[in-house]
Design a binder for this molecule. Structure first.
Ligand SMILES: Cc1ncc(C[n+]2csc(CCOP(=O)(O)OP(=O)(O)O)c2C)c(N)n1
Ligand code: SF4
Length: 276
């Protein structure tokens, strides 16, 4: 009997197939995001811009952060909220590495909120991709910094009394070289923006608005993954060269995606080496 080839899909080589299937719920948006990121990484590796054996993925804890567990690269699955400082340490220890941090909005903007501020301020050489699904999903749908005002979650049964954090505006106000937002309803932009980020220096930040049909969608009255996907798709609007003021993320007013900051400020590694 013929032996089945190990790689059945062009992206399989980027995955630890022995860890598939993932723990993701059916219809979760995260797989779309990971697929788009891997397509961009694949291109950068083939171009020789990124060296395959120098790529390191770092994730904290959460459904989104768990991507680091599935990719066929050196990776670290670290404490909740601490992926960015771990990645900074790895980069400083070995400047040749390409560091990719993945995590949820709770991980990166909640418990890890202090770290992203300082990484952006220092323009540290790493790419961070934050998946915004509006709740702490892995632990059951608790309120997160990005949860819209008045939305009922498992920990805000009377509605969220807090206005949400717009992380794009925060990171853009610091010294990051790249700040963009895409959505899992626009995987071509995830791929395009992540591709661009991989070719740059300094702190590069991509927010990906995602769907959690299981513990967010169902709580806001969306009955299944398709309905949630379609509701998100209706709200997402791409703008070429948007201003920071246009970076709205609001379930009622719409979600603007695009590249908000693209610049070439000296990165932390440049300054440490005294090259600029
Ligand atoms: C220090 C610490 N606090 C709390 C937890 C519990 N915990 C695990 S995952 C998680 C939420 C993850 O939410 P988010 O980062 O938004 O990722 P998502 O699951 O939504 O992708 C929490 C609170 C933990 N593991 N460690
Ligand atoms: S809980 Fe939500 S974010 Fe996590 S795997 Fe399920 S659908 Fe995806």
């Amino acid at each position: 009997m013929a032996v089945a080839p190990r790689y059945m899909h062009p992206l399989d080589r980027h995955l630890r197939l022995e860890r598939i299937p993932t723990l993701y719920c059916p219809g979760c948006g995260l797989g779309i995001g990971l697929g788009a990121m891997l397509r961009a990484l694949d291109k950068r590796i083939k171009e020789g811009v990124v060296k395959e054996d120098k790529v390191v993925w770092v994730g904290g804890i959460g459904c989104s952060a768990r991507m680091a567990f599935y990719v066929n690269y050196d990776s670290a699955h670290v404490l909740h909220g601490r992926a960015i400082p771990f990645a900074i340490g790895a980069k400083l220890a070995n400047p040749e590495l390409t560091l990719i941090v993945v995590g949820g909005d709770g991980d990166i903007a909640g418990i890890g909120g202090n770290h992203i501020l300082h990484a952006a301020k220092r323009n540290i050489d790493l790419v961070t991709v934050m998946f915004t699904n509006f709740v702490y999903a892995m632990t059951g749908g608790q309120v997160a910094p990005t949860t819209p005002l008045r939305v009922k979650t498992t920990t805000t049964p009377h509605g969220n009394p807090e206005p949400p954090l717009n992380i794009i505006k925060v990171v853009a106000s610091l010294n990051a070289n790249y700040v963009a937002r895409a959505s899992i309803t626009t995987p071509h932009y995830i791929e395009q923006f992540f591709y661009r980020a991989l070719g740059m220096k300094g702190f590069r930040f991509l927010e990906v608005v995602s769907t959690c049909p299981e513990v967010y969608g169902r709580h806001i009255g969306l009955r299944d993954p398709v309905e949630m996907y379609n509701e998100l798709r209706k709200r997402v609007k791409y703008k070429p060269n948007p201003t920071i003021d246009e970076a709205i993320i609001d379930w009622d007013k719409g979600i603007v995606i695009g590249e908000f900051i693209v610049r070439d400020n000296p990165s932390y590694m440049d300054l440490v080496r005294g090259l600029k």
